[in-house]
Write a protein that binds this ligand. Structure first.
Ligand SMILES: Cc1cc2nc3c(=O)[nH]c(=O)nc-3n(C[C@H](O)[C@H](O)[C@H](O)COP(=O)(O)OP(=O)(O)OC[C@H]3O[C@@H](n4cnc5c(N)ncnc54)[C@H](O)[C@@H]3O)c2cc1C
Length: 305
């Protein structure tokens, strides 16, 4: 069996050309390049390196490096759909944080919540489906309510939601009414939640024509696969279609995609952490030319049944 070796450029714009570059014969150990050092990419890299006992070179990269590869694992996380919330753009993320990727945005949102005036209003513009971590926005609302109950008990939380329903809705709403009675209000699509725009300069939200002043506004826009997957030509309808068995791209079998893929059988984005260690073992076995076993009883086997 001949290994394919391609060239990957860590810079997103160059990636489209690089992924389509002519293949050359591999020399030395097989090489796996993992793009993205978040939970998915780091887990895959760790298990491939550990399970192969050094037989495979594994390189984990963040942006701006150029490397050849035999197999590529893309785990770039999400990006936001442009103009998804009228009035909001990444340029206004400090006034109205998204806090939906790691890093300083989460700290900023926390600081803004803690600085709210007594009796102030925290608004969340929730995303449409599909998006990273379906219960995430509502878990966040619960945590904000928990913090405000201590420090700012007359504050209000307003959820502006374009979806008719959301993950574990009954459970969340029961908890909110029992623990934070009167604090949390959700405006769904029937009452204007799907027609929301924001003004970060004025700190206002416009809900189907009704303008309201808020003190903190967490805008979580519509989402898509990380930019590099898009410019590499690996996406359809904003996400990256993958084969359910091994998370290989349906567009390029030498590229495996974590966290932002779609399959006809199941949406693996939300559970990629669970499967990524097994996924890494799959890549390892292929590169080592070992037979590929099916793991009855393992989480991925159960998921794919
Ligand atoms: C509020 C909230 C709650 C959540 N709760 C849960 C939960 O309870 N359970 C759960 O499983 N998940 C949860 N998630 C989702 C969780 O964030 C993801 O499961 C996890 O972080 C995704 O890991 P990832 O590696 O796919 O992406 P990320 O962690 O986003 O990592 C992507 C990495 O790729 C890098 N990158 C991007 N482009 C390039 C490029 N061109 N070149 C090189 N590197 C690049 C980025 O710098 C980043 O480091 C939650 C998310 C949020 C926002």
């Amino acid at each position: 069996m001949t290994l394919n070796r391609r060239l990957f450029l860590g810079t997103a714009v160059a990636a489209a050309g690089a992924l389509a570059a002519p293949m050359v014969r591999a020399q030395g150990k097989p090489r796996v390049v993992v793009v993205g050092g978040g939970a998915g990419g780091a887990t895959a890299a760790r298990y491939i390196a550990k399970d192969s006992d050094g037989a495979i070179d594994v390189t984990l990269i963040e942006p701006s490096r150029t490397l050849p590869y035999d197999r590529l694992i893309l785990s770039p996380g999400i990006d936001f759909v442009d103009d998804a919330v009228p009035g909001w753009s990444v340029a206004s993320q400090n006034a109205m944080p998204h806090a939906y990727k790691g890093g300083s945005q989460t700290e900023l949102l926390k600081a803004q919540i803690m600085a709210m005036p007594q009796g102030g209003t925290f608004a969340m513009v929730a995303p449409p489906n599909p998006y990273r971590c379906p219960p995430g926005p509502y878990e966040r609302v619960s945590m904000v309510a928990h913090a405000l109950k201590e420090s700012n008990p007359t504050a209000k939380i307003l959820i502006l939601d374009p979806k008719p329903g959301f993950s574990k809705q009954a459970l969340f709403e029961d908890g909110w009414s029992r623990h934070y009675s009167g604090m949390v209000e959700r405006i769904g699509p029937d009452f204007g939640g799907e027609n929301v725009s924001v003004n970060p300069d004025e700190m206002t939200v416009d809900i189907d024509g009704m303008v309201q002043k808020v003190d903190v506004c967490n805008v979580i826009p519509a989402q898509k696969a990380g930019h590099i997957a898009e410019v590499a030509g690996l996406t359809e309808d904003n996400w990256a279609p993958v084969n359910a068995a091994d998370l290989s791209s349906t567009m390029d079998e030498n590229i495996h995609i974590l966290g932002v893929g779609r399959s006809p059988r199941s949406d693996l984005r939300g559970i990629h952490r669970l499967v990524s260690s097994h996924h890494g073992r799959h890549v390892r076995r292929e590169l080592s030319f070992e037979p590929w076993p099916f793991w009855p009883g393992t989480p991925i086997a159960r998921i794919l049944q």
